[in-house]
Design a protein around this ligand. Sequence first.
Ligand SMILES: N[C@@H](CCC(=O)N[C@@H](CS)C(=O)NCC(=O)O)C(=O)O
Length: 364
Amino acid sequence: MSDTKKWANAEDGSFKRQVSSFRETISPSHAIFKPAKGRYWLYVSLACPWAHRTLITRALKGLTSVIGVSVVHWNMDAKGWRFLPYSASSADELGDVYSPASGIACTPTSSSVSSVTNDSQRLGVDGTIEHNYHYNRLKELYYKAHPNYNARFTVPVLWDLETQTIVNNESSEIIRILNSGVFDEFADPEKNQLDLLPKELEAQIDEINSWVYNTINNGVYKAGFAESPQVYEKEVSSVFEHLQKVEHILRINYDTAVSKYGAEGAVSKLFLINEQLTEADVRLYPTIVRFDPVYVQHFKCNLSTIRDGFPMVDLWLRNLYWNIPAFRDTTNFDHIKLHYTRSHPRVNPLGITPLGPVPAILPL
Ligand SMILES: N[C@@H](CCC(=O)N[C@@H](CS)C(=O)NCC(=O)O)C(=O)O
């Protein structure tokens, strides 16, 4: 739904996120959902930070040829997410469903983004068709899975093509399924060794995820959708307080890495935990990469930009984006900017998309 009123608690003006409904897993011992190549499908928005986690994890784990992807149009209108219309000619240009972002090029923002209209239908640019049933709307998949479904029609969706239902629509669980190793035998052998959630770091990762989710990932939404100045001020202060906490963690890790590898070598070792890429980085990145292009102005998180106020967070961001293809190849600044600025009429009634920042992300 594009109307943010539906999200908010009317009494105190604060934003409450709905709990996801489909919570199954995939494993060899599961009665229904067994691992297999080509059996599962992801439905995502390139704008949505929760869906972005799943695309990054799929690419990092070498699963792009195992799980296909369809991408919704960036504009979420009053009826929710939609796909590009199917036609015989669109079928000839299906796009590469096994690429990191389903064949949609992920480049820095195009300068003409502000003049793109909400009904733009550029196949493989504004989105893809729905490849499996040629549906027009994401909600049709939810109704196919559950004819009486009565909650929100959210992305990401992990779909089972065999039983034609939703396995899971909670991104934090989808990324754990993808990381769990159940698809390793089908994965790109160069990537299937990576474990984003090593047992010995699990408690530390969970601890970071918990405050990062509440105060940063969801914090920017609580600030941006607040319906009273008091709630807004409380939430935006908390966002920046916790960005400072991230800055502090990364500063310590960076100084340690500099003492071992020198200033240049340290950059590629910069992660939230030790010198290791983990789920904690994957879950923080989608929010930070959207921060300067969108959250600063659209959600009024403007006490500072990342690039001006948080040098370590910015360096961490640029390392992930420029040095690890799974992050860059799934980051589409056009979808990110167009989606937020055109899909929240209560926040931005005229739907004018700001031109900056230029560039959307600084070079390394
Ligand atoms: N808990 C879900 C949240 C997903 C979510 O809120 N997705 C938003 C896009 S960023 C959505 O699809 N909203 C559609 C709607 O609420 O109508 C997850 O992390 O997977």
